[in-house]
Write a protein that binds this ligand. Structure first.
Ligand code: C2O
Ligand code: CU
Ligand code: CU
Length: 483
């Protein structure tokens, strides 16, 4: 069965808002799609691997003419791709060479909060550094690293900070997926930007409902071309946009197969011709160019705008059939006697709220015992006509999506997720289990909504070991106690 629709509710596609800026077809020259380099370890000592990641300024040739001033993680723009292996103990030296405070948030990683997780409680000041370490203990998936110093997250991501993170594990490694980085396994970081005299200008482009740009910028490339040298190509698609939903399809309605969502491999492959991805989500797909011949060009579109070309070259025939079963995802067993958690995303513009409140770094909004599996009903109270989709994100765990307004979830939502797009007027039921104690954020992942305060925090606690958390204020995060 091949699915040919976007699943989400058409009336709330983000096309109708007055401030909406559609992507524009570009007349800029074609350029090879940039593929982020892999981050190299500083040293490896048995099972201990050491990295340094530097948030830095740089310059990037994005448009013809003047270079654009950009930010990145150990790169002038976006970041080097970090590859983590399940079971390895990582030690990471985080360095801030930016002129302002930032944080290093591991979106999707199951690490302790709030410090290792890298939310607003873990500031790194200009010229300063922070050392974290953790043992990677989750399955293969595509995650990402982005700054999280709310209220400046959106601007820092807009300036360029976003790196792909690839987790590998021995189980997933047995599956017949392409896995040669840069050749048949590539990150696709979807972003949109505007330029003013070739420079970014977040203030000018700012929109409280999420900043949009008319240029589709993929891995930092506008009008990119990827030369296909294998029959099958794996795309690790990451929506790294501040707000934009991408509605992806090929110009010739070429089919593709989704194999993974945020938290890793899906239970079964899902055949599609259309895929909508809301902010911060990751979808891995395999495109099989077996019906194409050298010289053919297949164009990836979002809505009706071409965003990336695939030029098919000579490839060796490789007709692999994916197994119909890819991954076993256990049915969640809800903790007996537990109550359903209700959480509400409401409003637009400066009216956005989470559970009727704005974020307070020193307030713990909820508690949940580690090991418990609790149902959360996440509601978007916007109405259909004027509403928009709020993508709901939870730190510190991967959840399962159980229902949408009591009905079945979308066919590609049967795997682990850490972001779920909630339609206007909809309640999405998810099953949430934390395995590590800590303070974790949950919020709308439209970055400007998050920065405005559409965010709250939960303490995942271990009843046998009490932990005291020092929760700093936003003032302290911004100034480090200095005024
Ligand atoms: Cu992608 Cu709170 O983060
Ligand atoms: Cu996150
Ligand atoms: Cu929102």
């Amino acid at each position: 069965m091949v699915y040919t629709d976007y699943f989400f509710d058409e009336p709330v596609f983000d096309l109708h808002d007055g401030g909406y800026i559609p992507l524009e077809k570009t007349d800029l020259p074609e350029k090879p799609l940039s593929i982020p380099k892999l981050l190299k370890p500083d040293k490896i000592e048995g099972n201990d691997v050491y990295y340094t990641i530097t948030a830095q300024e740089g310059e990037t040739q994005i448009l013809p003419g003047k270079k654009t001033k950009t930010w990145g993680f150990s790169a002038p723009l976006l970041g080097k791709t970090v590859v983590f292996k399940q079971g390895v103990h990582y030690h990471i030296h985080l360095v801030n060479e930016l002129p302002e405070v930032t944080t290093f948030h591991w979106h999707g990683l199951n690490v302790t909060g709030p410090i290792v997780d890298g939310g607003p409680h873990a500031p790194v000041y200009p010229g300063g550094s922070r050392d974290i370490d953790f043992t990677l203990d989750q399955p293969a998936q595509t995650d990402w690293l982005h700054p999280h110093p709310c209220p400046n997250t959106a601007r820092q991501v807009w300036n360029g900070l976003a790196a792909a993170v690839i987790v590998t594990d021995p189980e997933e490694a047995k599956l017949p997926f392409p896995r040669n980085y840069g050749v048949d396994d590539i990150p696709i970081v979807l972003q949109d930007r505007n330029y003013h005299d070739n420079q970014l200008d977040y203030k000018t482009d700012y929109d409280m409902d999420g900043t949009l740009g008319k240029y589709a910028v993929i891995n930092g490339t506008i009008n990119g071309v990827f030369n296909v040298t294998t029959q099958r190509l794996r795309l690790r698609i990451l929506n790294g946009s501040n707000r934009r939903e991408w509605r992806l399809h090929f110009d010739d309605d070429h089919e593709f197969t989704q194999i993974a969502s945020d938290g890793g491999t899906l239970p079964e492959p899902v055949e599609l011709t259309k895929l909508m991805i809301t902010t911060a989500e990751r979808d891995e797909v395999i495109v099989d160019f077996g019906d194409k011949k050298p010289g053919d060009v297949v164009t990836l579109m979002s809505d009706d705008v071409p965003i990336l070309k695939f030029k098919v070259g000579n490839y060796t025939r490789n007709d692999v059939k994916l197994p119909s079963h890819l991954n076993t995802i256990p049915k969640p067993v809800v903790t007996p006697g537990s109550k359903i958690v209700h959480t509400v995303m409401s409003g637009m513009d400066d009216q956005v709220r989470l559970d009727g409140k704005l974020f307070d770094m020193q307030r713990i909004d909820r508690k949940q015992k580690i090991g418990d599996t609790i149902l959360w009903d996440v509601t978007n109270t916007n109405d259909m006509d004027k509403g928009m989709i709020h993508p709901f994100h939870l730190h510190g765990c991967q959840f399962l999506v159980l229902s949408r307004n009591g009905k079945d979830v979308y066919p590609n939502e049967h795997g682990w997720k850490d972001v779920v797009g909630v339609n206007a007027g909809e309640t999405v039921r998810i099953a949430v289990k934390f395995t590590k104690f800590g303070i974790y954020m949950y919020h709308c992942h439209i970055l400007e909504h998050e920065d405005t305060g559409m965010m709250a925090q939960i303490e995942a606690y271990d009843p046998d070991h009490e932990h005291k958390f020092h929760l700093i204020s936003m003032e302290e995060m911004m100034n480090g106690g200095k005024s």
